[in-house]
Design a protein around this ligand. Structure first.
Ligand SMILES: NC(=O)c1ccc[n+]([C@@H]2O[C@H](COP(=O)([O-])OP(=O)(O)OC[C@H]3O[C@@H](n4cnc5c(N)ncnc54)[C@H](O)[C@@H]3O)[C@@H](O)[C@H]2O)c1
Length: 324
């Protein structure tokens, strides 16, 4: 079995690799060649009286991805709100396991926060590939934390970006983002005065805020724009306003699609995997306003984790561990 740390992952894969792996995972899911478990939140239903004072969410996910990947995997993930401020740790921490399909033996175990930092923006970028207007060139980043950084790297892989407007409620975080991401990407990044200013200017706007609050109004979204929200159900949006008027809502998993349909808030939502597999149309015209909402999907992590394992193995990265 191969153990891969955060720095091993950075040596083994780049953003372009991960975008390719996630697109293939979505295509296989849409074709019926992958199985994605719902996200299981262990303590969601527990009696708070039996728990210590926790400020987190303990979850696990599993998936099988067929095709050339042909691997199964399971992940343990905890999102702990005080990690960045009190403990100097990422907000979401955990491990991703990749198992062999024939023997069930673990092939690799890897640090999951870095994997998520790569997989989440890769999923957004795949969404943008199918849903953004042709020639999209202005990007809005709302929330300049970890996801805000890796999302810009991911969009920069697929789009010819002419300008970026970023906004964060923490002025120092925003200033650092503008300087550091400008140097890293070579893109023209401007600090916006508000989320509204950044979204109004953008062909593609991504919202990665923590804590998640309903901030986006329908009128802020320009014709032809794509808004990507990371909370799973669009908690960043004024849902009554946006869902009531938007042309299209695209969502991640089958179970979230069913929940969204049964909420009655959205007319004819679509699952991204169906679009990537060619079973549903992506963007239909240049004026459509589209929202893509997603949360973590195990198929994406398994495909990306499997690729990281293969490339690490080929390049002698990571630590071998004799389990038996
Ligand atoms: N969809 C997924 O698979 C997925 C994966 C990872 C993280 N997330 C979500 O993405 C969000 C961001 O994660 P992160 O790791 O980048 O967090 P982070 O703490 O590194 O960054 C969040 C940033 O948002 C800023 N912010 C908070 N409220 C804001 C507001 N109203 N307007 C503008 N900025 C605001 C904060 O100041 C902070 O800089 C979290 O809510 C997390 O749950 C989703």
């Amino acid at each position: 079995m191969l153990l891969l740390s955060k720095s091993d992952l950075d040596k083994a894969v780049n953003m372009g690799d991960i975008i390719g792996a996630v697109e293939e995972a979505q295509r296989l899911l849409g074709m019926g060649h992958a199985v994605n478990s719902p996200i299981y939140s262990l303590l969601a239903e527990a009696d708070p009286a039996i728990l210590p004072e926790i400020h987190g969410n303990f979850q696990f996910f599993s998936a099988y991805v067929g095709g050339d990947v042909n691997a199964e995997g399971i992940a343990s993930s905890a999102s702990c709100v005080h990690n960045p401020t009190m403990y100097g740790l990422p907000y979401a921490v955990g491990l991703q396991l990749i198992n062999d399909m024939t023997t069930g033996m673990p092939l690799a175990v890897m640090e999951r926060s870095r994997l998520t930092e790569l997989v989440t923006p890769a999923f957004s970028a795949v969404g943008a590939k199918y849903l953004a207007r042709k020639g999209a060139e202005t990007v809005g980043i709302i929330g300049c934390g970890n996801q805000g950084r890796t999302h810009l790297q991911a969009f920069n892989e697929l789009f010819d970006i002419k300008s970026v407007k970023a906004f964060d409620v923490q002025a120092d975080v925003l200033e650092k983002y503008v300087t550091e991401m400008g140097e890293e990407t070579g893109l023209a990044i401007e600090a916006a005065e508000s989320a509204e200013e950044a979204i109004r200017a953008s062909d593609i706007a991504e919202i990665a805020i923590n804590p998640c609050k309903p901030i986006v109004k329908y009128d802020w979204i320009k014709p032809g724009a794509l808004i990507i929200a990371l909370s799973g159900f669009g908690g960043e949006l004024d849902r009554e306003d946006v869902y009531g008027k938007i042309d299209r809502v695209v969502i991640d998993s089958q179970e979230n699609l069913e929940l969204l349909k049964s909420s009655g808030q959205v007319e004819a939502p679509v699952q991204l995997a169906q679009i990537v597999a060619g079973k549903q149309s992506g963007r239909r015209d240049d004026m459509e306003k589209i929202v893509f909402v997603h949360s973590g999907m195990a198929v994406n992590h398994v495909a990306a984790g499997h690729l990281a394992y293969k490339q690490a193995q080929e390049n002698a990265i990571g630590t071998e561990f004799e389990m038996l």
